[in-house]
Design a protein. Structure first.
Length: 510
């Protein structure tokens, strides 16, 4: 890229814009967990069978995960502001459809539509931050806020979902998205001013769109099906094989076409590649934890949905502290790997504490400190990860680079839920079989003990996954600390001593 750039003054409304971008991100992250709390009530109200209830979650995951790369490319083509606003309006309309659903078909369709518009919205939001905040110190603060929301919003969804379901009814877990979307869309329309000259107007790579969408849908569905049908199921195996073939064909296509959907330069950079891989692994562990702790607190400890949501508050506090007070303050002083590596290890220590869970474990002495360590570690690691994921990309590629962050999170979430839940179920079955004598005298106690044993067995795997994520972050990521100047619109090549070839003139809003 050229070493010269037009001098533009920073957009005075960029911090107001951040508020609306953060609000939209909160809505998307909330939606990933808020529906889980309401699912049993929606299932009863609409007469959804146990076999079909998974489609409330799966329909969203398939559309969102499969179309993220396409959404990122659309943001680069249409413009991020326009894509952001369209995504918000569409998400609100899809949420309204879900709230008034009269049968399972309407509910499944609304969830798929939410996924489609979420795939437009999520990469547009992150890429707007990437092109609007180019000063390193301001970028650190902005991504600290964004990272805290991305990490802690899911737990907030548990609280809000429990409250709305108990105080009102399950339909409000959909309706609540509408005011979020309206406020964010209106604010974005009037406040956001996207930098000029940052679009990628190349023709759309249709083969890449089809191959990536089908490949990612096959991968996400394979893991989702494995959770219910097992890993040896013929269709599960078929989905994984199809995914491998399609994604390989996608990579080969992207290496040859003139205007690729995903320019390989975006993912082959060792820093961004390290971020995508380590972040995806960390999300695997994180989603597994949400699942296990929710069941442990409600089924084993007897917590209500609202109380369960509030029980996750220490993790939220830890994430906010890690993102805004540790990550944001240190990001311009130390290289990203020195935040991400220790951050994931700190989270692993918190996860390690949870391997000691028993039926009678104390919330105050075990679960609370474990959550604080998890939150601090994840928050500290997420913040530089979010920033580095779009660091060094040309502005015209920022949408698809942002989409890769969301793709790694979405695929990681699908893998985490299926993989760790399957491990937990297998461990619980083995424990119940080996303690059959207890089942004859106290079947309820055996059920709870088997469940907890399964949880702790899977959590050990989560500990290992976080350690691997830490190792990848330290090994792959070699970018030095960002300078106090522009960090977007760089060459994309970092070295061990610093970031080379940066444009030294801030290129922000027009």
């Amino acid at each position: 890229m050229s070493k010269t750039a037009d001098i533009r003054l920073p957009d005075p409304s960029r911090w107001k814009a951040l508020a609306f971008i953060a609000l939209a991100q909160l809505m998307v992250v909330l939606d990933s967990t808020i529906v889980n709390i309401a699912l049993p009530h929606a299932q009863t109200a609409l007469g959804i069978s146990d076999a079909n209830k998974q489609w409330v979650i799966t329909a969203y995951a398939l559309a969102f995960g499969g179309l993220l790369l396409f959404g990122g490319r659309i943001a680069d083509l249409w413009g991020r502001k326009r894509t952001f606003v369209v995504g918000l309006i569409g998400f609100a309309l899809a949420s309204a459809l879900g709230g008034v659903a009269q049968n399972q078909g309407m509910l499944f369709g609304s969830r798929a539509l939410q996924g489609v518009f979420g795939a437009l919205l999520a990469p547009a939001a992150l890429s707007l931050l990437a092109v609007m905040f180019t000063d390193a110190k301001e970028r650190a603060k902005a991504f600290g806020i964004y990272g805290a929301i991305a990490g802690g919003g899911g737990a907030v969804g548990l609280i809000l979902g429990g409250f709305l379901t108990q105080a009102l009814n399950w339909r409000w877990t959909f309706f609540v998205n509408i005011p979020f979307a309206i406020v964010a869309a209106a604010g974005a329309y009037f406040v956001i001013r996207e930098p000029a000259g940052s679009r990628n107007r190349s023709s759309l790579d249709i083969p890449g769109v089809v191959l990536s969408a089908l490949g990612l849908v096959s991968l996400v569905y394979g893991f989702t099906r494995a959770e219910s049908a097992g890993w040896s199921d013929a269709l599960t195996i078929g989905m994984f094989v199809a995914s491998g073939v399609l994604l390989l064909a996608f990579v080969l296509t992207e290496a040859r076409v003139k205007s690729p959907l995903l320019p390989l330069r975006v993912v082959l950079d060792r820093n961004r590649g390290g971020v995508y891989l380590s972040l995806g692994l960390a999300i695997i562990a994180m989603f597994g934890l949400f699942l296990f702790l929710t069941y442990y607190l409600q089924v084993v400890k007897g917590y209500s949905p609202i109380r369960t949501g509030f029980a996750f508050l220490p993790m939220i506090a830890g994430m906010i502290t890690g993102s805004t007070q540790i990550g944001a303050r240190l990001m311009t002083r130390v290289p990203a790997r020195k935040l991400m590596g220790p951050g994931f290890l700190t989270a692993a220590v918190g996860m390690l504490l949870l391997t000691q869970l028993e039926i009678g474990s104390s919330y105050a002495t075990l679960i609370l400190p474990a959550q604080l360590l998890l939150g601090l570690g994840m928050g500290t690691a997420f913040m530089p990860a979010m920033s580095l994921a779009t660091h060094g990309v040309e502005p015209r590629d920022s949408g698809v680079a942002s989409a890769m962050v969301n793709t790694s999170q979405q695929v990681g979430g699908a893998i985490g839920t299926a993989l760790l839940n399957t491990i937990a179920a297998s461990a619980a079955t083995a424990y119940a079989t080996s303690h059959a004598a207890l089942g004859a005298t106290d079947p309820e106690l055996l059920k709870l003990q088997s469940m907890v044993h399964g949880f702790t067995g899977a959590i050990w795997w989560a500990v290992g996954i976080l350690v691997v994520a830490s190792a990848i972050a330290v090994t792959f990521i070699n970018a030095g600390r960002p300078s106090a100047t522009a960090v977007t619109g760089t060459s994309g090549s970092g070295d061990a001593d610093g970031i080379e070839d940066e444009i030294k003139v801030p290129v922000v809003a027009h």
